[in-house]
Design a protein around this ligand. Structure first.
Ligand code: NAG
Length: 483
């Protein structure tokens, strides 16, 4: 009798704890399972508590970038939302925002500590003030068109830029740009690789005044007078006038003149800063569920020193990018357009063991290896995908999800897909399949071969729809009759 009670209590405990565990997986299935399992709990307070926990955890997940782990609330260190940007400047004509340092929140991201991401957005017919950074940069034009001008030691280069362009900007080059569109924003994502202090970037304005503040104002009058061989009254006039900020509305003539600017003499750079259009090259993967455009140092040599590659995934609405991981690269992903969610399997930091009551030799102790990190993402969201971490991205309804990836440590990187026709697990030996999964190889193959697409797949919602469209199978009719 006593043993029976203990058994009942134990299975009750198991049910309750699996509720909590299931919720950490965050998927709809886990939610459903949680509710199902609650049904096994005796009616009354316990069941209510169980259901409440299921709801609680799925609700928690709705919050941007929060993950529930074993019922504990925790910030997701891989996700950066709107509030993670520091506004460096903002006016009615544009804004420049720099994402907080990756490693500020969590030591998990020290590997990419020395990279920063920023977004620059200029309204139509706007001039973006000249400046240089103590960083090497890669620009990606997310939206709009304009021109960009770079001043190097001995020359000036001006390039037209449009959506899809990548431009490498050497450290120290003075950069200015214009948005020459009449009714379209110019929106640029910037990867910065700081030179002097890891993780810290600074901007330097020379040709400026009070706002933005010119660094010339930091020199003493006597040094400036001597340097320019000009009396200080004249210098003051030059360096104190500008107060209009970093984004300035242009007149028609100014715009026309600036957009016709061409390069100017001197020594050509060893490496041209000519932009490269990512969207005009052939996608490396393309089907009705999405396209992937990739560029590395082979196609755009300028990326070589930085050891960075750039790619764009354009995931069709309600489609998904197959689970995959990168061998060496950590990907800094930024949502250019659209909404959706990203799921990633992350090593569980606690490394705790789940002790089973009856550990037998055939069932050794089980370790909790992973936790799910899931984030809803929208325009501007940033998500860090460390090397080796399996990740999948799903696009929401009605809108494609466009994701920009800067991959650091790109040179020897390999990408492994974990589902679909190019699933790397298909290459397991037959015996290895049986040993690894503990089921006959045919059963393994049945699952691994079921998905006919690769890289871009129908997402969960499309699949549910397709399922509903299918005729009910004789089996399901039978089980219905039996119940
Ligand atoms: C993504 O696909 C949509 C629909 O096919 C298209 O309108 C959009 O321009 C694409 N975006 C990119 C960046 O290729």
């Amino acid at each position: 009798m006593a043993t029976r009670t203990v058994q009942v209590l134990f299975s009750l405990l198991l049910l309750l704890s699996s509720c909590v565990l299931a919720s950490t997986y965050g998927s709809d299935r886990a939610k459903k399972r949680c509710h199902m399992e609650c049904r096994g709990t005796p009616e009354g307070r316990r069941r209510k508590e169980c259901v409440r926990q299921c709801l609680d955890h799925s609700g928690r997940e709705r919050e941007h970038g929060e993950v529930a782990e074993g019922g504990r609330r925790e910030r997701n260190p891989y996700f950066f939302g709107d509030r993670s940007y520091e506004q460096w400047s903002r006016s009615e004509h544009g804004r420049f925002e720099v994402l907080e340092r990756f490693a500020r929140r969590s030591e998990l991201l020290v590997g990419v500590e020395n990279y920063r991401l920023a977004v620059m957005e200029a309204e139509p017919e706007t001039f973006i003030m000249p400046r240089h950074w103590d960083a090497e940069e890669v620009f990606y034009v997310m939206e709009g068109r304009g021109t960009i001008t770079l001043l190097h030691e001995n020359n000036r280069e001006t390039h037209d830029i449009k959506r899809g362009d990548i431009i490498w900007i050497p450290a120290g080059a003075i950069v200015y740009a214009i948005n020459k569109a009449r009714n379209e924003k110019l929106r640029v994502a910037i990867l910065l690789h700081p030179i002097s202090t890891p993780g810290h970037v600074e901007e330097f304005y020379g040709a400026a005044g009070r706002n933005p503040e010119t660094f010339f104002a930091s020199f003493s009058d006597e040094v400036l007078e001597a340097a320019f061989d000009t009396p200080s009254e004249k210098l003051e006039r030059l360096f104190e006038k500008q107060r209009r900020g970093e984004f300035i509305k242009m007149t028609e003539e100014q715009m026309r003149a600036l957009s016709q600017s061409t390069g100017e003499g001197g020594w050509p750079l060893a490496r041209s800063t000519e932009p490269y259009n990512l969207l005009q090259n052939r996608p490396s993967h393309s089907n009705e569920h999405g396209q992937l455009h990739e560029v590395g140092a082979n196609e755009y040599q300028q990326l070589q020193d930085l050891d960075v590659d750039v790619s764009i995934a354009n995931i069709s609405e309600r489609s998904m990018m197959a689970p995959n991981y990168n061998s060496l690269s950590t990907k800094l992903a930024m949502v250019v357009q659209g909404r959706g969610y990203i799921e990633m399997a992350c090593p569980s930091r606690s490394g705790e063991s789940r002790r089973s009551e009856e550990t037998t030799e055939s069932e050794p102790q089980q370790r909790v290896l992973y936790r799910t990190v899931r984030s809803r993402v929208s325009r501007g969201s940033v998500f860090v995908i460390p090397a080796g971490h399996p990740v999948a991205a799903v696009a929401a309804r009605n809108e494609n999800l466009e994701v920009l990836f800067f991959g650091v440590r790109a040179a020897q990187n390999r990408n492994y897909y974990l589902a679909g026709r190019n699933n790397v697990l298909n290459r397991l030996d037959r015996e290895a399949k049986e040993l690894a999964f503990g089921v006959p190889a045919e059963e393994v193959d049945e699952v691994l071969h079921a998905q006919p697409e690769s890289v871009f797949l129908p997402g969960p919602e499309r699949r549910r729809e397709a399922e509903r469209g299918r005729q009910p199978s004789p089996e399901s009719l039978l089980s219905f009759a039996e119940s």
